[in-house]
Design a protein around this ligand. Sequence first.
Ligand code: GDP
Length: 196
Amino acid sequence: PAYHQAEFLISAATLKGLPPEQGREVAFAGRSNAGKSSAINTLCRQRALARTSKTPGRTQLINFFALDDTRRLVDLPGYGYAKVPEAMRRRWGQLMSAYLAQRACLRGLVLVMDIRHPLTPHDWQMIGWAHARQLPLHVLLTKSDKLKRGPMMDTVRRVARALGDDGVTATVQPFSALKKQGVEDVHGVLDCWLFD
Ligand code: GDP
């Protein structure tokens, strides 16, 4: 599978703007600054596929990247800015819940969380929407280079347990875009969701 051949396809601000429901796609979600763009760029071995610096409060877009004619990676708008107006937060919630509930070609959700700040309320909201339709969930605890191995593995276990305690089935792994740690593991999950 040619993740490095990913190309920008289209941005959508509303459900009407989504590309046709053909083939398969996998979506990436995460709090702003969690490291989602860096993760996507690392997985696709490209420096600037997903933008890594965004301004809070800008239009919330769903960005689609094509791997080939029938497979896409989807970059969902980051969330959790402190200063986002309530109306925009509500709009984000409507767009995300509708996309996750209705998108039939969506095969899985990759939730990107900073390993030092996992499971924020918005993360739980994304998890809940994925769980509501039994969408497979894979958690990337990124910036794992910020922790030593012991605390890193403790966090992986703690997050996996918290999800399990909540009745959520998910796989959890450490990841570092900086150190390129965990790349093969993510590829394995994406291979399974997109190419099986
Ligand atoms: P996004 O808002 O979730 O797309 O986050 P970005 O990918 O733009 O990353 C936010 C910040 O975290 C940037 O300053 C990145 O350089 C940094 N960052 C992202 N991934 C890593 C990582 O694996 N390790 C470290 N140390 N920093 C990272």
